[in-house]
Ligand binder design. Structure first.
Ligand SMILES: [Fe+2]
Length: 239
């Protein structure tokens, strides 16, 4: 199995020891940027597989139009997740792929500050470079604040969404990573982050900014965290 994954790897060859070191040494963010992450033909293939997928839905309850695709059943994504466990066991061996989703943005915008629910998040940007009208931005901003590991009943907003929480706890540092096609960002899911202002051509779905996210975690811990997050949100909405 391990030999099969390595031989048929969809991920480009990489020094995984450096990945591990970059992740650990980038405290307080704990992130690593991996350019040319997939084999070039796989990046194009995955972009096309997602565009052709029928699971896209407009997200409700937001001012900004975002089209999401929750858990697209695309084999390439599951193979990428398996490859990560083989290539970088120090980070991934205790975790499984617990969730994955893709977001497509038909309008240019700025994302909301939030943290993710899992333990580790891998984002992969798939829209070809030619559609990105501002190569100096359009990626992700990391803030120097992490959410608490578990939801807290008296501070529910600190758990996932909170610009205020970041304002309260930041030491004033943040780091921006520019958009690049086939660039992957691996980061501690607790680190607050925000999609940076972006400017894409937006003429047709091929030119919309597409972000694929893979969440890794211990499945039981993830389930508990989702459940406590849901409870925290319910309590908050009952306040
Ligand atoms: Fe996120």
């Amino acid at each position: 199995m391990i030999k099969d994954v390595l031989e048929s790897s969809l991920i480009a060859s990489r020094n995984w020891q450096s990945v591990l070191e970059a992740y650990k040494s980038s405290t307080p963010y704990n992130y690593v940027v991996m350019d040319d992450f997939l084999q070039p033909n796989i990046c194009k293939q995955l972009h096309q597989e997602l565009l052709n997928h029928l699971g896209w839905r407009y997200q409700d309850d937001i001012e900004q139009p975002i089209i999401n695709n929750m858990r697209p059943d695309i084999e390439t994504i599951f193979t990428i997740a398996e490859s990560l466990k083989v290539h970088c066991p120090s980070l991934f061996s205790n975790y499984e792929l617990v969730e994955h989703w893709a977001l497509m943005y038909p309008k240019n915008a700025l994302g909301k500050v939030h943290s993710d629910i899992g333990a580790l998040t891998l984002n992969i940007w798939l829209t070809p470079e030619q559609y990105n009208l501002d190569s100096s931005g359009g990626g992700l901003v990391f803030f120097d604040v992490k959410r608490e590991s578990e939801a807290s009943s008296n501070k529910p907003s600190s758990y996932l969404w909170s610009e205020q929480y970041v304002k309260d706890f930041t030491a004033g540092q943040k780091v921006s990573v520019n958009y690049k096609c086939n660039r992957a960002l691996l980061f501690d899911a607790r680190t607050f982050h925000q999609t940076d202002t972006f400017s894409f051509a937006n003429m047709k779905p091929e030119s919309y900014r597409i972000n694929l996210s893979l969440a890794f975690d211990n499945p039981d811990a993830y389930r508990d965290r989702v459940s406590s997050f849901t409870k925290a949100l319910t309590n908050k909405s009952n306040d």
